[in-house]
Design a protein. Structure first.
Length: 317
């Protein structure tokens, strides 16, 4: 049996042999890498205190289970031609679009475990997870076009998966506070992925999907040191809403995809937009200003620091 140090040495050797793959990943992950996370409820610096973990840096997981509307399953299945690989591409594209909707970011990172594959006893995989970098122009790009782009991105990553990504970490410009994690959001299609490997990614949020004959079950695994359960429930609801739009709104620009829930529309358009203020119709702005100044005549209205002058409100009337 090989020790961990032997594995590290092997990966360094592999990295030196896979020059084409190395150049691909260095190009793909060039520049300042985006944070690509849903807005946290808690600051990363407060994680240890929030979780109460004795082991710093170790995440405390929460889980939430949902199920897609049964009427939606055949439509998504037909859109993907019944292929689990295409369904994974679709669910990953949807996660990236949702990240854009939440953050406005047009450069995003997501990840997934490697596809299920046979291996000999004691054999180590070079990588257990892969990272995907998405570039999105939400105005010019429809979801269908982004779906094609995402498929190409995932296909290229799989083609170059035999390069040890961990050897590149010291050369990458990772977001501050991220440690050596390449991505914070993972998408797992349990029908084709090794779900156990997703735990190695140490992500803030992982969405795992399992397709059965009639349903698609969704499990949301999240870091309780970053997210409240209610926040994850809201993200899940928006994700479901986005998936409902895809079969019939895939040809409109991503920026026009409306993921708001009915209650949220009411709040944005009515409750938060109620900016009415009552004021006397028989008075001008000057009259109102004079009234306000005289009502607080003893308070300081103007301060000129350079000349050490203070002007009470009563002097303005």
């Amino acid at each position: 049996m090989r020790s961990n140090s032997d594995v590290v040495i092997d990966r360094e050797v592999v990295a030196g042999q896979k020059l084409k793959e190395r150049e691909y990943w260095l190009s793909k992950l060039a520049g300042n890498l985006p944070a690509s996370n849903f807005p946290y409820d808690f600051q990363v610096k407060d994680e240890a205190q929030i979780r109460g973990d004795p082991a710093p840096g170790k995440m405390r997981r929460g889980e939430m289970a949902t199920v897609l509307e049964r009427s939606l399953v055949p439509r998504l299945t037909a859109l993907c031609g019944g292929s689990h690989i295409r369904m994974h591409i679709l669910f990953t594209a949807a996660a990236a679009v949702l990240l854009y909707k939440y953050t406005g970011a047009r450069d995003m990172l997501t990840g997934s475990p490697i596809y299920k594959q046979e291996k000999a006893a004691g054999e180590e995989f070079i990588n257990t997870v892969l990272v995907f970098r998405h570039k999105l122009d939400p105005v010019a790009t429809t979801f269908k076009k982004f779906l094609v782009d995402t498929g190409k991105t995932i296909s290229e990553a799989v083609e170059h998966q035999n390069f040890p990504l961990e050897t590149l970490i010291p050369r990458l410009s990772l977001p501050s506070g991220r440690g050596d994690r390449l991505f914070d959001v993972a998408v797992v299609m349990e029908n084709i992925h090794e779900p156990g490997f997703s735990g190695n990614a140490d992500t803030g949020l992982t969405v795992s999907l399992l397709r059965t004959n009639t349903d698609i079950h969704v499990t949301w695994t999240y870091d309780r040191g970053r997210f409240r359960r209610d926040t994850v429930r809201k993200i899940a609801a928006h994700y479901h809403r986005l998936l409902e739009l895809i079969p019939h709104d895939g040809d409109i620009p991503v920026t026009d995809l409306d993921i708001l829930l009915p209650g949220e529309k009411e709040k944005l358009l009515v409750e938060w937009n109620d900016t009415r203020q009552f004021y006397p119709l028989d008075q001008t702005v000057c009259d109102l200003f004079q009234y306000q100044a005289s009502s607080v005549a003893d308070r300081i209205a103007l301060v000129c620091k350079d000349n050490d002058v203070e002007l009470p409100g009563g002097r303005l009337t």
